[in-house]
Design a binder for this molecule. Structure first.
Ligand SMILES: Nc1ncnc2c1ncn2[C@@H]1O[C@H](COP(=O)(O)OP(=O)(O)OP(=O)(O)O)[C@@H](O)[C@H]1O
Ligand SMILES: [Mg+2]
Length: 245
């Protein structure tokens, strides 16, 4: 089955050489490098063979998708094309790493985004790491409130918000949360893409789920996340908020 995942257009024919470069971080799917040509940008490349693995491990109904469907870089690039991101042009970069498109690299297609850094110009720490060290202190609560406000007003669509997919960047007053992975929708029926009502519900659910997850992150964790998540209840969009938008 064909899914509309953007055709790759490179900024130039230049191939960025990443042989011998050490990724500053990596996740399950991608390796992250500081861009050798632009120190304030990050290049993400897929881990070798990862799309094949995911395709092979997927349930039957997803097996009919092409391998590109399991390519996290392509899916993320496609998610950056959502209208809410374009509508927030000029402001979204405060809470979402700006995307610069594709570059060729010696390790395959690279997706280029802002590299979010700390006061020492090093890659910023993830929110997960911060919570482990400091818990959900006043600074973290303020950052969560501001980030939630941003999502509710922009209606930018995200998957479930995982603390390791957000980093904390210094700010004039404290810190701001920046989403560096997890943009888009994980559902095959993307109602939220086409309807404001469903977009509001989608965003509100992600915000409530995030707060629920944070309680677990800083709790005693004797109950597994899987068992805890089974108790998550979405309480709907507050009526005053639905009216305001
Ligand atoms: N733009 C960025 N600025 C700063 N740090 C980043 C950036 N992008 C990624 N990172 C760091 O690299 C790690 C892995 O990146 P990313 O989440 O994009 O990889 P992934 O393989 O898609 O992750 P997952 O395991 O969640 O699927 C992040 O958790 C974060 O620590
Ligand atoms: Mg990640």
């Amino acid at each position: 089955m064909r899914l509309d995942l953007a055709v790759i257009q490179y900024e130039s024919d230049h191939v960025v050489d990443l042989a011998g470069a050490v990724p500053f971080a990596s996740g399950d799917n991608r390796l992250c490098f500081r861009h050798p040509g632009y120190a304030d940008r990050c290049i993400k490349v897929l881990r070798n063979g990862r799309t094949k693995q995911l395709h092979a491990a997927s349930p039957l109904y997803k097996k009919i998708m092409r391998e590109t469907y399991f390519d996290d870089n392509r899916r993320e690039y496609s998610a950056y094309q959502q209208p809410a991101v374009a509508r927030s042009e000029g402001t979204y970069a405060r809470h979402l790493a700006r995307c610069y498109g594709w570059t060729k690299t010696s390790l395959g297609d690279g997706l280029v985004t802002d590299l979010i850094t700390d006061a020492d110009n090093q890659p910023a720490q993830t929110f997960e790491t911060y919570l482990l060290q400091h818990g959900l202190d006043a600074m973290a609560q303020d950052a969560v409130a501001e980030f939630s406000c941003f999502l509710r007003s922009s209606l930018i669509l995200t998957k479930n918000l995982m603390p390791h997919n957000l980093v904390l960047a210094p700010n004039d007053l404290g810190h701001r949360l920046v989403l560096i992975d997890g943009l888009g929708l994980s559902t095959l029926l993307p109602l939220a893409k086409y309807s404001r009502y469903f977009a509001q519900r989608h965003v509100e659910k992600r915000v409530q789920w995030f707060n629920f997850r944070l309680e677990w992150e800083v709790g005693d964790r004797t109950v597994s996340w899987r068992d805890t998540e089974a108790n998550f209840r979405f309480v709907g969009v507050p009526s005053h908020a639905a009216g305001e938008r």
